[in-house]
Design a protein around this ligand. Structure first.
Ligand SMILES: [Zn+2]
Ligand SMILES: [Zn+2]
Length: 183
């Protein structure tokens, strides 16, 4: 199908050089980063499908586990952590998919009624969707999460303790002190 959106094109948000995806807490609006996982693709798809009419949520429901804000311990589903920029991008993506769906529906009508002399419209193919081209900056510092065998990236300036975004356990962020020099 010409011009169709391919799944692998619509689910990719830019990640930084270490593979981290930017996330934002809806409660405190601070940003952090988690490694992009396979589940993120279905989360993005679910989010887009929710904004389209006539899509059965049961058919697209993905296993969404909760995440916890490392800074303020706010808890929310895995698909509630978008930055403003990501929300805008998702909205544009959903609009493009909606156009694509309408176009295919009209094409179907056109094919079905091909011999109909009263057919008074000509389906117009939507413009190809421009994906995210911005590259993700390599900011923030990596904190290991020994509790879950994961890593989170947090603000450089954050000095308080953090919560593991996966299990909620509290971690101190002070750098590990090097062993004292024997004297
Ligand atoms: Zn927060
Ligand atoms: Zn954990």
């Amino acid at each position: 199908m010409r011009g169709s959106l391919q799944t692998e094109e619509i689910v990719e948000f830019p990640v930084d050089r270490r593979g981290f995806l930017r996330r934002e807490c809806a409660a405190c609006h601070r940003q952090f980063k988690l490694r992009r996982s396979g589940a993120d693709a279905s989360i993005v798809l679910r989010r887009i499908m929710k904004s389209l009419p006539h899509v059965n949520e049961q058919e697209i429901r993905a296993a969404i586990s909760q995440r916890i804000c490392p800074y303020c311990a706010h808890r929310a589903d895995g698909d509630e952590w978008w930055t403003d920029e990501q929300r805008v991008f998702l909205g544009r993506m959903a609009a493009a998919i909606g156009e694509e769906v309408r176009f295919e529906q009209l094409r179907h009508v056109e094919r079905t009624l091909g011999q109909n002399p009263y057919l008074t419209f000509l389906p117009v193919a939507p413009a190809p969707f421009e994906g995210a081209s911005r590259t993700e900056s390599d900011d923030m510092r990596v904190m290991p999460l020994v509790c879950c065998g994961e890593e989170v990236k947090i603000r450089e300036s954050w000095t308080g303790s953090i919560r593991c975004p996966f299990c909620g356990i509290e971690h101190a962020t002070e750098p590990v002190q090097p062993p004292a020099d024997p004297d």
